[in-house]
Design a protein around this ligand. Structure first.
Ligand code: NCD
Ligand code: ZN
Length: 486
């Protein structure tokens, strides 16, 4: 052991904390060197270190991996940019984010991917970049894959940015192209035509109170979209992910697809667990989000599905807008969504304090499962020797009151205004470096964040019905016509 001690000097030892995995927790020190965890164990087994940080009384958990954030750059930087968005993530104990393509311009081809990678050079935390799967960019998908996107996003329903949702035909061809790459396709699973029809009918009737937002997007839009996407995924072998699960109704098609062997994962967000239709009167248009916050019975069903594993993970759908864009008397005029990447962990740790979820289970849904679904496991999502040192040190006894004005996001508005939570990330480390320390952003960590492409490995995919893809048909068609018509 003493030989080991003199072998090398660690950069940091986190000393005296309780390390938590999805299965267990134990008192242990954590040694970090060159961005990696190099030892987890008793103090006597730790190498010497340049810096020993006392974390006694605290819990040491894998940093959260958030598969769903909108950082708005390029195009809407008055709402957010990569610096403010990732600062919010760092403050919230989140060490990796996957960023959505509904920027301006949207991330629809390699050209826009490069623009986004450029904007992301300011990031405090690691990130994946989503490429868009839309009606008009099917021919760009392979380029996006080769160019280095980390996942795809398909807006089956309209939402902020108003990107037209692809026809089922375009979706199928997109799935065919993406399936062999193994990259996951995340779905905004709400059916556009149903919502357009209903919203127009409601608007024409002059109905514009906050609750009408649910009326325009009843849960059947999610159930229908999840079912349809699952059929296409089953046919092509594409991996899919259902974003922001909001309803009991979509849980059945999700569970059934899983049972049929479709490689599908699902996420929910704190607002669907912690808010419901009773909050509309109090919050007005602030609560407007796509899909909508629904009934208390939906929240209960989603909690149960998180427990059973039908819902795999927690994400935030961090969707910042300015207070002026959110506060409207006519619900149809309010921008949809609100910031969440900074408040997710405190809100969920508060549910740990309330006894609604164990800390181990929280580690599973916030870090381990997203790491596995998006190919980051085993380098991310766990605290073990050999993994990247992406860590949140949390104080389960510390209370804080959520205030929009204190958020690092540019979207200074939240439906959780004034909520006092117990449980806060007090340090955040990304690849062994503090990006948040003692509840303060580390400004020098600007630019430390890296795209996850180096560590991402999607397991070998099994595309199906490959002889019937459009590409295969077009190819054999041209071979036939080459011989001339018969
Ligand atoms: C998101 C946004 O503002 O970008 N809004 C929302 O209501 N969730 C888009 C989205 O994820 O649907
Ligand atoms: Zn969405």
């Amino acid at each position: 052991m003493s030989d080991f001690k003199t072998d090398f000097i660690a950069d940091i030892v986190l000393s005296g904390g309780t390390v938590v995995s999805s299965k267990t927790r134990f008192k242990a020190d954590v040694a970090i060197k060159d961005g990696l965890v190099v030892a987890v164990g008793e103090a006597s087994a730790m190498p010497a270190a340049k810096e020993v940080v006392d974390v006694s009384g605290k819990h040491v958990i894998p940093g959260a991996i958030d598969a769903h954030v909108h950082f708005r750059e390029p195009g809407y930087t008055h709402k957010e940019d990569w610096e403010t968005g990732t600062a919010a993530a760092a403050m919230g104990g989140t060490t990796t984010v996957f960023e959505m393509p509904n920027t301006n311009p949207p991330t629809r081809s390699v050209k826009e991917l490069r623009q986004k990678q450029d904007a992301a050079k300011k990031a405090h935390v690691d990130f994946g970049i989503y490429g868009l799967l839309a009606e008009d960019n099917v021919d760009e998908l392979q380029g996006l894959v080769d160019g280095g996107v980390n996942a795809f996003k398909c807006f089956m329903g309209n939402t902020f940015g108003n990107l037209p949702s692809p026809s089922t035909g375009a979706m199928l061809e997109g799935f065919e192209i993406i399936a062999p790459t193994g990259l996951r396709i995340s779905l905004h699973a709400e059916t556009a035509s149903i919502m357009a029809w209903r919203q127009e009918r409601l608007m024409k009737a002059g109905i514009h109170h906050a609750l009408a937002h649910i009326g325009a997007r009843p849960a059947v839009v999610a159930a229908e979209a999840v079912s349809r996407a699952a059929v296409l995924a089953e046919w092509t072998g594409a991996r899919i992910h259902v974003l922001h699960i909001s309803s009991a109704a979509e849980l059945r098609p999700l569970a059934e697809a899983k049972a049929r062997g479709v490689d599908v994962t699902g996420e929910t967000c704190p607002c669907y667990l912690l808010l419901d239709s009773r909050d509309y009167e109090r919050l007005g248009s602030i609560i407007r989000v796509n899909p909508p916050v629904r009934e208390a019975s939906d929240s209960e069903a989603i909690w149960a599905a998180l427990k059973s594993g039908v819902v795999d993970m927690i994400a935030t759908d961090h969707a910042p807008h300015t207070p002026e864009e959110k506060r409207k008397d006519v619900i149809w005029e309010a921008d949809c969504g609100f910031p969440g990447v900074e408040t997710q962990m405190p809100l969920m740790l508060n549910e740990v304090a309330n006894g609604r979820i164990t800390l181990e289970h929280y580690v599973k849904i916030s870090a381990e499962n997203p790491a596995k679904a998006f190919g980051l496991w085993p380098m991310k999502g766990r605290i073990e020797a050999g993994a990247l040192a992406d860590i949140a040190v949390v104080d389960l006894d510390r209370s804080e009151t959520i205030r929009a004005e204190n958020l690092h996001s540019r979207g200074k508005i939240t439906p959780f205004e004034g909520v006092t939570v117990k449980g806060v990330p007090v340090h955040t480390l990304v690849r062994g470096r503090f990006v948040q320390r003692d509840r303060k952003l580390v400004p020098e960590s600007r630019g430390w964040g890296r795209q996850v492409t180096d560590v991402q490995k999607m397991p070998t995919p099994e595309p199906k019905n490959t002889d019937q893809t459009l590409a295969a048909l077009l190819h054999s068609g041209s071979a036939k016509t080459a011989g001339g018509p018969r």
